[in-house]
Design a protein around this ligand. Sequence first.
Ligand SMILES: [Zn+2]
Length: 480
Amino acid sequence: MSEDLGITVKRDKDMSEWYQQVVLKAEFADYSSVKGSIVIRYWGQAIWEAIHDFWDPIMKSHGVKNHYFPLLIPEGLLKKEAKHFEGFTPEVAWVTMAGKNQLEERLAVRPTSETIMYEMFSKWIKSHRDLPFRANQWCNILRWETKMTKPFLRGREFLWHEAHTVHKDKKGADEETKWAIDGYARIAEELLAMPVIRGRKTDSDKFAGADYTYAIEALMPDGKALQMGTSHMLGQNFSKPYDVKFVGVDEKWHHAWQTSWGFSTRAIGGLILAHGDNKGAIIPPSVAPVQVVIVPIIFKKTDEDVLSKCKEVEIRLQNSGIRVELDDRDEYTAGWKFNHWEVRGVPLRLEIGPRDIKEKKAVLVRRDSGEKSEVSDMYVEQAVQEGLAEIQAELFSRGKKNLEENTVVTESLEDLKKAIKGKKWARVPHCGEEACENALAEKVEGGPRVIPFEQEAVHNNKCINCDKKAAYWVYWGRSY
Ligand SMILES: [Zn+2]
């Protein structure tokens, strides 16, 4: 096994270095010559496509229609909603030149597409019969990050989908905002095997121009939270400046109620961090580009028999709908191949050698536990399917355990400090005032992550940081 192929640093010793090695060596991504813009390689792209293939049909059956809007947004258009413009200004990249000529009006490279979409919505939507209206696009986004960038987790250019919906009343928009965040929780939990907390962002943290923002947050093994998807209730904040209105049943004009929601390639980084181990990535079977790899154990005399058996099993697994790859490269040893697929996190490995053929069996190895079992040739398909289901469930329950063991519930400031030092996050009561939130952030590392939908009574009734009455429980911690 060659040193530079495997991961050379322990995950809990230096998670940041471990993460970068996994991203590069497993070929999820590579660095480009533009800082903060990564190349998403086939292994990362396949996971993004699996997320797309899960979520796109769910959106469509909900009435969302796919579009594509332009990359460039004229400054005048971006400026129309003042808070939105102010919020995004520090991160916007501008096109100011065309060839040798200065442009009359500079053009923003989209940091998000509310403004360019809503100009069109105002043309297309005329009547209450046009509502609800739901448009989506899968596209790239550019936000000029000034913080340290990290592949997938924090970058300047990334991929996402952004859906934008229009409703005739507040109720419709409220329900839509909730529907979207529940959907994102399904992507995280069912597909990526990552348990999340659903809730609302505090006002200091909401989307620029929104009435409120819902988010899902996952807890990474280093105690930092990762925001994985957001859904914004925009109220009438955009429909007024962008003139998105409709004639109601009362035959009068009304400004519409709007939502927007997005999910990005950041989730791929979350998945790597959440499930990996010292050997590399572990990919949940639901999104694994290869679910099982067949490695022939070859000795000179019998290699023809072994290879034809492997080929047969490959076809049988394909016919059962399993994503399988036969690694029959003869320039590499079996041990080299084991390492190659372990770094990439392929959930199952099937080894077939001459003795296995004689005994009508194969050896199945789990990536998550390293556990080996002998499976009868007759039942290979069934054994692989069961193994995949078990790994999917095991990864989710490990995540759940990590979340439970590293969440401290406390009403004491000292315990909160201890929790953050101990690489955990905490659920604490807070008064909900921004000044107090800022004051707390001065005392304790991290910040408010999410106000969970599920709230219970606060025992002493007081904010963790001041004498005011607590308004809610909030998760407090460090974040990516
Ligand atoms: Zn307070």
